[in-house]
Design a protein. Structure first.
Length: 290
C-alpha cells in the first residue's frame, strides 16, 4: 500500500483527516504531529520518508496565528515557507506527490467577484506573505504538487470560529461581528473528505489526468462573518444578540472579499461540494453541549 504522510496531524485539519479516513486498499496513512516530525528540519523529514517509503505527503502543518505573525514573522516564514521548500525538494527527490494547504489570505484587495487560482496575489499581512512564499517555493522545487487554498475553516471540536461562537452564545454574550468581510465558511470535515478522495483518485488512476497546480476548495455559497455568526446563534437553544459592525475598527488586515472560485476543482476532481449552510446544519447536529 502507498504510505500517505500527514504532517501537522494534531491541528484542526489533521484531526479531521484522521477522523475521515476510511479503509482504502491503496492507502496507508502515517499521521505525524509536531513532536513526532518537525518539518523545519529537513533531515527529520528525509529520514521519515526513507523509513516508511512515503508515496504521498499531505502538509497540514502551518503557523496560523494571523495576528501573532506580525511580531513573530521569522518563525511564521520558517514554518510556512522554508519548511514547505524542504518538503517540495524531498518530494521531487523521492518521486512523492505533495499536497499543501494554503489560504485565501494570499489575496489582497479584490474586485468583488469569486477569485480564480491564477488571479493576482497581494497579501495584506505577514501570514499571507508567508503562505504565498510557501506556494511559490513548492511550485519551483517539485513537479507533482497540489496546492489547495481554503478559507474560514471550522468544526464542532477544537478552537475555531464555530466553537468560539457557541461559547459566547452559551454565556449569553452580545456578539459583535463584522459584516463587510465576505467569504465562505468551510466545514473542515468536508475538506478532509475531499482531500482523501483526491489522493485515492490519483492512486487509482493516471497522475496525468489530474494536472498539478493550485486549486480552491471551500464550501459553496457566500456569507459575511456576521451571517455566519448569526446562523450559528440562531440554531442553538440559547439566545443572544448578534450585532453587525464595520471592520474598520477591528484592526485585522485580511481580504474584504475572498470568495474562492472552485470551478477547476470541480472540473478536474469531479467532487461534489456541499453548501455552507447544509454543512453548518450537520456540524450543529454533531455538536453536543458540554
Amino acid at each position: 500500500m502507498s504510505v500517505v504522510l500527514v504532517t501537522g496531524s494534531e491541528g484542526q485539519l489533521g484531526l479531521a483527516l484522521q477522523a475521515t479516513f476510511k479503509v482504502r486498499p491503496l492507502l496507508a496513512p502515517l499521521f505525524c504531529s509536531k513532536p513526532m516530525l518537525d518539518i523545519t528540519d529537513s533531515g527529520q523529514i528525509e529520514a521519515c520518508i526513507k523509513a516508511h517509503s512515503v508515496r504521498y505527503i499531505i502538509n497540514c502543518a502551518a503557523y496560523t496565528n494571523v495576528q501573532s505573525a506580525e511580531q513573530e514573522t521569522p518563525t511564521c516564514f520558517k514554518v510556512n515557507s522554508l519548511a514547505a521548500g524542504y518538503l517540495a525538494a524531498l518530494a521531487e527527490k523521492y518521486g512523492i506527490v505533495l499536497f499543501h494547504i494554503s489560504t485565501d489570505y494570499v489575496f489582497g484587495l479584490t474586485k468583488g467577484r469569486p477569485l480564480h487560482p491564477n488571479d493576482p496575489t497581494d497579501p495584506l499581512n505577514q501570514y499571507g506573505q508567508s503562505k504565498l512564499a510557501g506556494e511559490q517555493v513548492i511550485a519551483a522545487r517539485t513537479t507533482h504538487f497540489y496546492i489547495i487554498r481554503t478559507a474560514w475553516l471550522y468544526g464542532e471540536k477544537g478552537r475555531n470560529f464555530f466553537t468560539k461562537m457557541v461559547a459566547s452564545v452559551q454565556k449569553g454574550d452580545m456578539i459583535q461581528m463584522v459584516d463587510d468581510q465576505i467569504g465562505t465558511p468551510t466545514y473542515v470535515y468536508d475538506l478532509a473528505a475531499a482531500i482523501w478522495e483526491i489522493v485515492e483518485k490519483i492512486a487509482k488512476n493516471n497522475l496525468a489526468d489530474y494536472p498539478s497546480g493550485i486549486y480552491h476548495y471551500t464550501n459553496e455559497g457566500v456569507a459575511s462573518w456576521y451571517d455566519f455568526a448569526y446562523a450559528i446563534a440562531a440554531a442553538l437553544p440559547n439566545r443572544c444578540a448578534v450585532i453587525p459592525q464595520s471592520s474598520a475598527g477591528v484592526g485585522l488586515k485580511r481580504p474584504y472579499y475572498s470568495v474562492l472560485n472552485k470551478s477547476s476543482f470541480r472540473s478536474i476532481f469531479q467532487i461534489k461540494i456541499p453548501h455552507w449552510q447544509d454543512s453548518l446544519a450537520l456540524c450543529i447536529k454533531k455538536w453536543q453541549p458540554q
